[in-house]
Design a protein around this ligand. Structure first.
Ligand code: SAM
Length: 195
């Protein structure tokens, strides 16, 4: 299982945004939607061994977490607007515990610390960071969880918490890439190793 945890620092935590304004009023939800595309879409298929966890931390509510499970997903299309609608539907729920919104899409009020705390002991945690060690010189198991940020860096508190999980800190190249491009690069790197 490949898992991607992406923090959306400003991403809307309620269904208050317009689908025409995903990059504005939705708090750069467009970045997270592109991460979904990069994580799951192949040419004419969806990666079933991938899970994406989006931690939305913007206004107006406390944090919401959206979890997308590749093996269960239905109705996912490559255009950001329709995926934005699926996320907005999920945000119409106000769950105490995790609830399914549509097939393969779950919503909860989990925070970033909750999400990290729920990772199984068997998963290797990898922090994607520009000044980490080269991914091409890093061994990665099949069950691996990557943590990355949206258009901003992790805050010092988030980074401090993540480091308690003793992640491998890994870079993907000499320059800073968009979050969704990082996921494409990682998927490609792991595909090359497993084929
Ligand atoms: C657009 S970047 C974050 C903002 C960027 N650091 C800045 O303010 O200039 C999105 C995220 O992708 C990951 N990332 C970007 N480039 C990377 C690289 N070369 N190696 C590893 N991770 C990278 C990091 O997790 C980063 O926080």
């Amino acid at each position: 299982m490949r898992r991607y945890i992406v923090i959306g620092h400003k991403a809307a935590t309620a269904a208050i945004f317009k689908l025409d304004d995903l990059a504005g009023g939705a708090g750069r939800l467009d970045v997270l939607l592109r991460c979904i595309n990069s994580a799951f879409f192949l040419s004419h298929d969806i990666r079933k061994d991938v899970e994406v966890i989006l931690v939305l931390q913007g206004p107006p509510a406390p944090a919401r977490t959206i979890r997308l499970v590749g093996s269960e997903l239905r109705y996912l299309n490559p255009d950001e607007r329709s995926t934005g609608a699926l996320i907005r539907n999920a945000l119409m729920k106000d769950p105490r515990s995790e609830e399914r919104s549509t097939p393969g899409i779950y919503v909860s009020s989990r925070t970033f610390p909750d999400v990290l705390g729920l990772l199984g002991e068997g998963t290797e945690v990898v922090y994607l960071k520009e000044d980490g060690s080269d991914i091409r010189e890093t061994e990665l198991p099949e069950d691996v969880t990557f943590v990355l940020s949206d258009h901003m860096d992790l805050t010092p508190d988030e980074e401090g918490l993540l480091l308690q999980y003793q992640p491998k800190v890994v870079n993907l190249g000499p320059i800073s890439y968009h979050a969704d491009h990082c996921i494409t690069i990682v998927n490609n790197e792991l595909d090359r190793r497993s084929h």
